[in-house]
Write a protein that binds this ligand. Structure first.
Ligand code: BV8
Length: 245
């Protein structure tokens, strides 16, 4: 499927561009999305049931082990052409901001700078009771490990359902969505708020909104352009058509 020349021309001339990514950008790196049926031991759990403070209070060891399993997947994964195309676009667009819902850190490993992580990062842990990041603790084999200061259980430093997003990151993403000329919504089901509000904010501010997604989403019918397919292929082709190597 050809990319509309109006989209290419806009990207060539735009100064302020935002890219919002979701789990779909990491799917081609072998990391299951929230909607994918989880594999193996985790097949019987839905992410929405595990990514909550209630789930952690009810069964901290289960939630800790789920994140440990996901950390293992991320450690074995490498950035894919979609991550790499976005990193390259970040060097070509004058005022570029990459906002991600993902917690896997693959954008940073692909070379993207100034990544706004709306939902935290799976590689950081914090004390469940104090809320402060904990980088080192005594490994006793207990899962979850204990905070070295207060003895409370450690938890991943990610934003769970029902938890507020980091105020500074959200404010930066919202300001960028209001002020941009173009916003890409990539690999996300556009169903979880407040992240899913960002493309709507950009639309209302008069920006061109481009969806790049494998399946239709609530955004598909209202985006300026919706490119259905794999992010790795589409973003690589877009980069090539906009700035031929
Ligand atoms: C909040 C981090 C204020 C953790 C995540 C009732 C009670 C409480 C809250 C709510 C409520 N009703 C609504 C809410 C708000 C709630 C919400 O939006 N719920 C939804 C389900 C309706 N939001 C929140 O709770 C947020 N906080 O509102 O605080 C508050 C406080 C108290 C009470 C009320 C409100 C916090 C939300 C953040 C949760 N944390 N992740 C972790 O990673 O473990 S969310 C997680 O799911 C992701 O980060 C992402 O944001 C979201 C959706 O996942 P996606 O990234 O979109 O992935 P998904 O699998 O859904 O889709 C992948 C897409 O990629 C698909 O469309 C697929 O087609 C496509 N794809 C696949 N492969 C490819 C591809 N596309 C291209 N190429 C490919 N190769």
């Amino acid at each position: 499927m050809r990319i509309d020349p109006r989209l290419v021309q806009r990207l060539q001339t735009a100064r302020r561009v935002v890219a919002l990514t979701g789990a779909g950008i990491s799917a081609e790196s072998g990391i299951p999305t929230f909607r994918d049926a989880q594999s193996g031991l985790w097949a019987r759990f839905r992410p929405e049931e595990l990514a909550t403070p209630e789930a952690f209070r009810r069964n901290p060891e289960l939630v800790w082990d789920w994140y440990a399993w996901r950390r293992g997947l991320v450690a074995r994964a490498t950035p894919n052409p979609g991550h790499l195309a976005l990193a390259r676009l970040g060097t070509l667009v004058p005022d570029w901001l990459l906002v991600t819902q993902n917690v896997d850190g693959l954008h940073q490993r692909a070379g993207s700078r100034a990544v706004v992580e709306l939902h935290g990062n799976i590689h950081r842990n914090k004390c469940f009771d104090e809320g402060v990041v904990v980088a080192e603790w005594r490994e006793t084999g207990e899962r979850p490990p204990r905070c070295p200061r207060c003895g409370g259980p450690l938890r991943p430093d990610v934003i769970w359902f029902g938890e507020s997003l980091p105020a500074q990151a959200l404010a930066q993403a919202e300001a960028a969505a209001r002020g941009c000329q173009m916003l890409f919504s990539i690999g996300t089901s556009a169903a979880v708020f407040p992240a899913a509000q960002l493309p709507l904010t950009a639309l209302q501010a008069g920006a061109m909104v481009v969806e790049v997604n494998k399946d239709p989403t609530p955004l598909t019918g209202i985006a300026t352009f919706s490119l259905l397919g794999l992010a790795g292929e589409i973003l690589s082709r877009l980069l090539e058509e906009t700035w031929p190597a």
